[in-house]
Design a protein around this ligand. Structure first.
Ligand code: IFM
Length: 444
């Protein structure tokens, strides 16, 4: 029984800071993650991305892994500090790396899916206020513009931003990601400017470059459930959904911010004039597809002590090594809701995967059975959703390689390829072998 059409895109995903290393090479300047990871207490073990998977030097070997897997597409991101190490100063040597990578992918019939921003903001931009400064929209446009000019002819799809929730809320509100700020007003401004820069980049590609290459944005979404049916817990779930999902979905698809959340956030933000006339029209510009990163569901309960009146509740679900609930059924509910409330655009699952504590067995293989089960269940969910007519056009497994998992450093392994960070030896895990079978047979 074939469950995936020949046009369905199977891929794997990575991001620049998490795998590239070569942090000072060919003119690259520092990003906020180079700096943040050096602040004691911010990243597990004080790990950083100086070398990471050394992908900058080993990309050919990594493309070979992709060919072994037989993927249709590979999703990666571009390090902005390689392209503009200083404000306004284009660095062609940095761009050359992505040209070499794309050439290699094309030689192997692998479609490049390129994300412009996966969190490595150049330090020069941060020093000017980062995403809280409305000028960041223009800096991003300049960056996007040169990427389109140099690469568009060979790129199969563009993603403007990866997970603005993380860049905005983890970075500027919760302080657990770079730049490590804890200020809700800054966070809302940062998110707004990130979303606005998304709209500007889409406009640029379509209207100025007159390009037909599909472009979209990727949001990380987690369906929220109330721990009980009580009024309080339902209020908690509403607020958690507003903070995690609707604050992003509503502007992108409806051209408005959710008013209940504006009220709640007004505890910290007394002036919303950073949202200027015309911004929301720009943010809700028509795209060609919608990218979703899905990992887990959330379950919450009321807490009068919590800022936005909710906190995580007890869950009896099996969990991944991140402590995240394994919830493929809730993934289906999320997609059905998106179809009902938000969009008919083709959906790509631009990330899905799981971290577990992997070990290399004596025979040299990595028997990551829990990850394999997780991946199989989620791919089966995609097949079921498509049987229901939900139009999921592709699935990208996170991640091709074990890599720098942000505040968790190298402690959490999401890869379907095991990386020995001492020797840089790569070993395809059993999940990788299984994924190759799924891709080859188009069945699950
Ligand atoms: O590693 C991250 C990735 O950078 C963004 N999405 C979630 C992944 C796992 O936490």
């Amino acid at each position: 029984m074939t469950r995936f059409s020949k046009d369905f895109i199977f891929g794997t995903a990575t991001s620049s800071y998490q795998i590239e290393g070569a942090y000072k090479e060919d003119g690259r300047s520092l990003s906020i993650w180079d700096t943040f990871s050096r602040i004691p207490g911010k990243v597990w073990n004080m790990d950083h991305g100086d070398v990471a998977c050394d992908h900058y030097h080993r990309y050919e070997e990594d493309v070979e892994i992709l060919t072994t897997l037989g993927v249709d597409s590979y999703r990666f991101s571009i390090a902005w500090p390689r392209i503009f190490p200083e404000q306004g100063k284009y660095n062609p040597a940095g761009m050359d790396f992505y040209k070499r990578l794309i050439t290699k992918l094309k030689e192997n019939n692998i479609k490049p899916s390129v994300t412009l921003y996966h969190w490595d903001l150049p330090m020069w931009a941060h020093e000017l206020g980062g995403w809280t400064n409305r000028e960041s929209v223009n800096w991003f446009k300049e960056f996007a513009s040169i990427c389109f000019e140099e690469l568009d002819a060979d790129v199969d799809s563009w993603i403007t931003h990866n997970e603005p929730w993380c860049a905005g809320f983890l970075g500027y509100h919760q302080g657990v990601h770079a730049p490590g700020h804890t200020n809700m007003e800054e966070a809302l401004k940062a998110v707004h400017h990130i979303l606005l820069s998304h709209g500007e980049a889409v406009d640029l590609l379509k209207n100025q470059f007159q390009s037909k290459t599909p472009i979209g944005i990727t949001l990380n979404l987690s369906p929220v459930y109330a721990a009980s049916n009580s009024t309080n817990d339902r209020l908690a779930a509403n607020n958690a959904d507003g903070y995690g999902n609707r604050w992003f979905l509503d502007p992108v698809f409806k051209g408005s911010y959710p008013v209940d959340m504006m009220n709640l956030f007004s505890k910290y933000v007394h002036d919303y004039r950073f949202i200027q006339a015309g911004d929301l029209e720009k943010i809700s510009i028509e795209c060609d597809f919608f990218g979703i990163n899905y990992y887990s569901r959330s379950i919450v309960e009321f807490s009068s002590a919590a800022d936005f009146l909710y906190k995580g509740a007890y869950s009896d679900y099996d969990q991944t090594g991140m402590g995240w609930d394994i919830a493929p059924n809730e993934f289906k509910e999320l997609i059905r809701r998106l179809r009902e409330e938000y969009t008919n655009l083709p959906i790509y699952i631009t990330e899905n995967g799981a971290a577990f504590d992997d070990v290399v067995a004596e025979d040299g293989r990595v028997y990551d059975t829990e990850r394999q089960k997780y991946v199989e269940e989620h791919i089966a969910a995609v097949a079921d959703l498509n049987d229901e007519g939900m139009n999921i056009a592709g699935y990208y497994l996170w991640s091709l390689l074990d890599n720098f998992e942000w505040a968790f450093g190298y402690d959490k392994r999401f890869g379907i390829t095991y990386v020995d960070f001492e020797t840089q030896k790569r070993t395809l895990k059993e999940t990788g072998h299984r994924y190759a079978d799924v891709i080859r047979t188009r069945t699950i």
